[in-house]
Design a protein around this ligand. Structure first.
Ligand code: SF4
Length: 336
């Protein structure tokens, strides 16, 4: 623990702020999370504030962090804890896991870090440490391998003097010493018992299934501008970026250069005279890579006629604080 990084959520044993930080840190880098975490806790400092929050404001504050279902689940979870547990976090793991958005990892983090209870947790860093330490040959994605990681995590935490210190130390070890590439085995406190170090092959663990091939998608992004407003479309429920606002997009089907994209656009919107191309953008979602050609058209209020209910004109200076996908933020940077 003496060597741990100075992170704001490590300074606290408050279960609410630990919960917020752990949810933000899922799939997201520490440096990205830091400013969001601080702003979030200033705006919603307690469980009660979050339970009473406005969802649109919450999504706007989350905008740019990605994986927006995390924000919705935080709010649902806060409501659940207010309604069923008087705004407290139950100490029983099974009861805590009934809270929307709190799964085994998050429950382990809250119970061990906030309350020093002997509950295990396994994240990507902990998996890497265990896979190397024990020389785990099975693919990390397999159910049995996952069960094994949890079993080791439980064994370790059960024997720890302080579950809080042990779990944080394991995560720190993975984040700072047992790193994905170039692990610093010579300065690792468990090096004398570690399979990966003793066999001089730490980087061959964890074993992984071969990667899924990346699917390339080619899209047109349509930015309609009128009276200092831009037209955004709300994404339908169940798809990518559900309920967030986006520029209308059109799938181009196959790889496209700027010329083909422009021709396609002119065919799709024959009533629009003039299009200005913005810088193309790339964006990754799961195993998809989106290649977006954004175009701007300045139009009058008769060009499109009445827009459907799923579309709305947004004042340009309000878009940065609107609940939009990360792709909109990239397009807006190219637009300004
Ligand atoms: S000795 Fe090396 S491989 Fe083993 S846990 Fe430490 S850093 Fe990781």
């Amino acid at each position: 623990m003496a060597h741990h990084r100075k992170l704001p959520w490590r300074a606290s044993h408050n279960p609410y702020s630990i919960w917020v930080s752990e949810v933000m840190l899922q799939q997201t880098q520490v440096t990205t999370v830091l400013p969001y975490y601080q702003r979030f806790l200033q705006k919603w400092p307690t469980l009660q504030h979050l339970a009473e929050s406005d969802e649109t404001e919450l999504l706007a504050a989350w905008s740019g962090l990605g994986y927006y279902s995390r924000a919705r689940n935080l709010r649902r979870g806060a409501r659940h804890l207010m309604d069923h547990h008087d705004g407290t976090f139950p100490h029983d793991p099974a009861t805590l896991k009934e809270t929307p958005g709190i799964g085994p990892y998050t429950a382990g983090a809250i119970l061990s870090i906030a309350f020093d209870l002997a509950e295990p947790l396994v994240d990507g860093n902990v998996q890497r440490v265990f896979a190397r330490f024990y020389g785990e040959e099975r693919h990390i994605e397999e159910r049995d391998t996952q069960k094994q990681f949890w079993k080791w995590a439980r064994d370790w935490v059960m024997h720890a003097e302080s579950p809080r210190a042990l779990n944080q130390a394991l995560m720190e070890l993975g984040a700072t010493v047992c790193t994905k590439s170039s692990p610093k085995c010579s300065s690792c406190p468990v090096k004398d018992s570690c399979f990966g170090n003793l066999h001089q092959c730490p980087e061959t663990f964890p074993r992984r299934r071969p990667r899924r091939k990346v699917k390339e998608l080619y899209w047109l992004g349509v930015v309609f501008e009128q009276n200092n407003k831009l037209l955004l479309r709300k994404n339908p429920t169940g798809g990518w970026w559900q309920d967030l606002w986006d520029f209308p997009t059109i799938a181009l089907g196959k790889k496209s250069d700027l010329k083909r994209a422009r021709t396609f656009l002119q065919k799709h919107y024959p009533q629009v005279g003039d299009w200005t191309a913005l810088a193309p953008q790339k964006h990754s979602v799961t195993h998809h890579r989106i290649h977006l050609h954004p175009f701007v058209a300045r139009i009058t209020n008769t060009t499109l006629g009445k827009v459907p209910a799923s579309e709305r004109w947004w004042a340009i200076d309000k878009i940065d604080s609107a609940p939009t996908s990360s792709l909109v933020k990239k397009v807006m940077r190219a637009y300004y």
